[in-house]
Design a binder for this molecule. Sequence first.
Ligand code: SF4
Ligand code: SF4
Length: 442
Amino acid sequence: MQTSFSLAQLADPHVEEAEKILRKCVHCGFCTATCPTYVTLGNELDSPRGRIYLIKDMLENGRAADAEIVTHIDRCLSCLACMTTCPSGVNYMHLVDHARAHIEKTYRRPLMNRLTRGVLAAVLPYPGRFRAALTLARIGRPFANLFGAVPALKPFAAMLRLAPASVPAASPASAPSTHAAAGVRRGRVAILTGCAQPVLEPGINEATIRLLTRLGVEVVVPKGEGCCGALVHHMGREDDALAAARKNVDAWTREVEAGGLDAIVITASGCGTTIKDYGFMLRLDPAYADKAARVSALAKDVTEYLATLDLPAPATAPGIEVAYHSACSMQHGQKITRLPKDLLTKAGFVVREPREGHLCCGSAGTYNIMQPEISARLRDRKVKNIAATGAAVVATGNIGCMTQIAGRAGMPIVHTVALLDWAYGGPKPEMIAGIGIGVAAE
Ligand code: SF4
Ligand code: SF4
C-alpha cells in the first residue's frame, strides 16, 4: 500500500512503525474471511482491511479520531485472526494498538462510555477491588435487565450478567512465595498469578504450581508482579499499560538476578500475548528495552513450558472426551496451536476440535462488556460449535474464554492445566467430579 507521510510525521517513531506496517498491506482482503466482526456484521469497515484504511487515513492526515473510526476500531476484538490469515505479514496488532492510543489521546468519548471504561480500568487489574466489585455485582444482578433496557447502561448489564453467582475464597497460591520442587530440582520458573484469574478461578494457579513442583520444578511467585497491562493496553491507555509492564519487568528481573529463571510461566493466554510483546512495547525506553526483551524471551504459556519437560506416564487414565477451545490469544496471538491438544492426548484425554475454531468466542478482554451484542452473537456461535462435538468437557487456556462460555455450553469448562494436573497425579477438578471414570493408569 502506498503511503504519503511527511518527514516530520515520520520523525515520530510510533508513526514510523505504523507506516512500515501499512506499506506491507496489499489490500488483498484475504483477512476479511476470518475476521469475526466482518463475518458477523458484513461491513467492510468492520473488517481488518477496512480498519487499516481508516487508520491510514487518520494517521496520514494527522487527524484527531472521529466517531466513525472509534466505532469501527472499538468493534475490533483484537483477536488477531487477521494476522494468522494475512499472507503479507501485516502486523495488525501493533497498528491497532497505536490507533487505540491515538484515539485515547485525541477523542473525547460520550460521558457514560468514559465512565464505564474508567471503572473497568480502575477495578479489573486489581484483585482486591475486583473481588469487592463481584460481591457488589451479586447484589445488583436482579437489575441487569433494567440496565440492559437503557442503551448507555448496557455495559453495566453485561457486567452483572457475567459476574459469577459466587466468588471463590482467595488462594494462598497467589501470595509471593517459593514453592519447592519435589525431589531433584529440574528447573526454576516464575509464575504470573494475574489479576482477574485468581479471583474468578484460583484453582488454575494452584493446579499449575502442584503439577510443576511434582515434576521437579521450583515455582516462584515474585514479589511486586501484578496485572500484565493487557486490559488497559487494549483501551489505548498507553501510560497505564507501560507502567504495568515496567513493574513486572522489575519483579521478574529481580528473580532472574537472584536465582535465575528458565521461564516465566503464564496460564492466561491473553496475558501471554501481551508479555511476549513487552520487548516491543518498551523498545523506546532505554532503561527498560533490554530487560523487557529478556522478559519477553522468557515468557511461556504453561503448555509451552510443559512441552520442554520429560513428562512421565500419566497416573490416571481419564478417558474423557474433551472439546479443546483454542483462545485467539493462544492460536493467533502466540501461534500455539498443536501443543495443548498434544499434551491432553498424551495425558489420556480424547480431544475433539470444534468447527470454526479460528473464530473468537467474543470474550476479548473487556469486549463482552463494552460490545455486548456482537459478543453474544459470537458466543452463541462458538457454544453451538462446541456442543456439536458431543464432548463431556471443554478445555481452554484463557480465563476470559472460560467466563464467556461457562454455563452456556451445557458442559463444564476447565483450564487445560487443571486436566493435566489431574492426569499426572493431582486431584480431579471439582467441576468435572461426576464425569468419567478416571481410573489409575496401568
Ligand atoms: S490479508 Fe493482509 S495484505 Fe491482505 S488486506 Fe488483509 S492485512 Fe492487507
Ligand atoms: S483483530 Fe480480529 S476483529 Fe480485529 S480486524 Fe483482526 S480479525 Fe477482525
